[in-house]
Design a protein around this ligand. Sequence first.
Ligand code: INI
Length: 158
Amino acid sequence: MAIFEGRFTDAQSLRIGVVVARFNDLVTSKLLSGCLDCLSRHGVDATDTSSQLDVAWVPGSFELPLVAQTMARSGSYDVLITLGAVIRGDTPHFDVVVAEASKGVASVARDTAVPVIFGVLTTDTMQQALERAGIKNNLGWSYGLEALEMGSLMKALG
Ligand code: INI
């Protein structure tokens, strides 16, 4: 019996792309900081001159799938992370943006076999989003960890 598991010790061998939405930048820049901190502390070169890690900014969460798809198809990345924040209270078309972002990101992963972490916060209020972006816990850190696990697992599966 083979058991496949992602490891967190493969970080130095992974090429990682992060796509982050500028909308609700107060939240998403915190998610990005938490994510980069996690990657860096696991051995990823997260410096400005890194050849292992790239960050692409998009206007909003709706645009995450297209840029993730472009990066996935480039063949330059083992794993991608998408970061965004959609807040129901301020967004009449909340459901549309969330549905397109989530379905789009899932499709990119399945179509390209490059794992794409869905790091889009969907909350009722800005307060809740901020709590998940660092006031209480920074989910960006968790998304970084999940990227290392999935990148490693997909490599193990060959
Ligand atoms: N994009 C977000 O990432 N979060 C939001 O809360 C949001 N609101 O509130 O509308 C949002 N809208 C922008 C959208 O993602 C696109 O960038 C825009 O529609 C252009 O395509």
